[in-house]
Design a protein around this ligand. Sequence first.
Ligand code: HQG
Length: 180
Amino acid sequence: MNYTKLSKKISRALRHVPWEYELELDIEGFVPVEQLIYAINESGDFDRPIDVSDLEHIIEISDKKRFEIKDDKIRALYGHSIPMHISKAVIAPPDILYHGTTHKALDSILSSGLKPMGRQYVHLSVDTDTAVQVGKRRDKSPVILVIDAHKAHTDGITFYEGNDKVVLADYVPERYIKIK
Ligand code: HQG
């Protein structure tokens, strides 16, 4: 089983185009595990039918906690781009958060803040290692931004739960952002 390919397929189904898999996410982004398995198996893209243990395996081996299984339902914990708004739990953020980005995006971010761009939320990292990993997807020597999340939160910016490494926000104004 190609677990990387399967993980990408699940990301696509749960974050971006659930309708292509005849899936309907609930408000928190969950779908019944059975329905996801059925949809993946219908696609015929893998060398054998998958079952729930394959989904559990992906969650277990991944360095990123992308998915969560709860009460026979599965969801992506972050990354959504679908039009339907996914509701996330509001949290008090750690005092400092980080964001890894490209040199190309820097001027725009420093003048107009961090925006969700193609996704529903801005994705922030709880540590610099994670921010570097995120930034390296697009820039071999990414820019690491430091977010004064304590001040932003005190001023009324809302933060949401992603996973143990990812914190989400609707928008981070430029006054809370500096270059590391
Ligand atoms: C940038 C992956 C110009 C932002 C990662 C980023 C993450 C701006 C890009 C998760 C901007 C959006 C999300 C502004 C933000 N002007 N550019 N005002 N504000 N940007 O992929 O945070 O592997 O949507 O800096 O690891 O890179 O898929 O967001 O470069 O956790 O599980 O616009 O996706 O996780 O890019 O990544 P993205 P992201 P997975």
